[in-house]
Design a protein around this ligand. Sequence first.
Ligand SMILES: [Zn+2]
Length: 143
Amino acid sequence: MTHVPATGSEPLAPPLPRPTPTSAPYWEGLAAGRLRLQHCQTCAAWIHYPRVRCPACFGTDLAWEAVEASGVLYTFTVAVRPTAPMFAGSVPQVIGVVELPVGVRITTTIETDDPDGLRVGMAMKGVFDTSERVALLRFTPDR
Ligand SMILES: [Zn+2]
């Protein structure tokens, strides 16, 4: 990605993730509309974010496995002021943590037109945003 300094007249582009050799399978899965997580073959821990070693047992035998992109809203905040200049056009910005049934928690953007209707514990479903160079996983209430 090339960084182009803003001149003050054009909006800044939001930052995008930079896949690494370790995280590439995660991003490739999102681009294909699938959520894939690392699953430790030694101790069975599910792992997110992608790592070289299991944070539970330090094992390196990690397999990529598809899981359902759904869960419950663990926590969230509604930012009515931009969290950074590049999000000036995205307020209110709803940032949340979604807990998947396998126990993994994913920090994400919550897509909703009703931030006041969000409740901790409510069902959420994944939304695969492939409009950018890197696919992103967001969540929205599953009503
Ligand atoms: Zn492990």
